[in-house]
Design a binder for this molecule. Sequence first.
Ligand code: C5P
Length: 319
Amino acid sequence: RALLYQLWKGNVSSRMLNPRLQKAMKAYLTANKHGVRFRGRRAAARSRAELLCRLRSRARLRTLDGTEAPFSALGWRRLVPAVPLSQLHPRGLRSCAVVMSAGAILNSSLGEEIDSHDAVLRFNSAPTRGYEKDVGNKTTVRIINSQILTNPNHHFIDSSLYKDVILVAWDPAPYSSNLNLWYKKPDYNLFTPYIQHRQRNPNQPFYILHPKFIWQLWDIIQENTKEKIQPNPPSSGFIGILIMMSMCREVHVYEYIPSIRQTELCHYHELYYDAACTLGAYHPLLYEKLLVQRLNTGSQGDLHHKGKVVLPGFRAVRC
Ligand code: C5P
């Protein structure tokens, strides 16, 4: 609980994590499996306005467009959707919701509020059916990691979760963002199912995030954190928040910073308990949350009771 109150105040250190999570964090720092070499500077104490402007100028939403090797030679220019993700709503959506999959959203009765937004973003295999009262039933965008595309248990091809929505997939690439290396050795091979899905469903907007976008987000988190963060990509949650900040005028994020309902239940739709889901082990999740806490323009009451953070979209930011 102490950690929750510190997180609400924006004052947390990894030293407050339980010993198991601290150990896991250190192991990731030592392994540095994506070859991260941070060249920036850490921890200038920036104001909210400065942070927002930096995010807007540095975190440019980018997806594979087929113009770079090796994708250019493989015909990806004609494979990817003709309209880029950043142009799908050229005038910007008004108000958007990002719904985290955390167990803490159970018994929140937030469903109606979530569905009242113009667009709703959800993650991976998080369902709405059976959970409408707490999470709503509208889904506009779904972000999926490469395991969803490759693990047969997720039924990517035929599950209704992945139909009638904008799909955005990602996979951890080397920090160098060398696309040739990544294509040869993705974490999970999302390229083959992507090609197949594009050919079968050419009218569904389906994108793969550019590794440069993902690692730019990582750089920004590290630049604004005093401690050394895990050298692994940010969580889907943070990526989703930044995508919606590029597409919407206002973004309401639910149960990213936990509410008073905080629980070790990892997902609302699964009986599995692990504090790492909320506080991070592989992902620099604790630091992502600190950064988002600093950007919050919503009320303390909404943070504590709804687990809600309100962020301005980049269009609404004056720099
Ligand atoms: O687990 P999954 O990645 O599908 O969940 C989507 C996102 O929701 C995570 O990337 C993380 O940012 C957020 N999350 C969280 N706390 C949890 C579970 C998920 O903050 N307990």
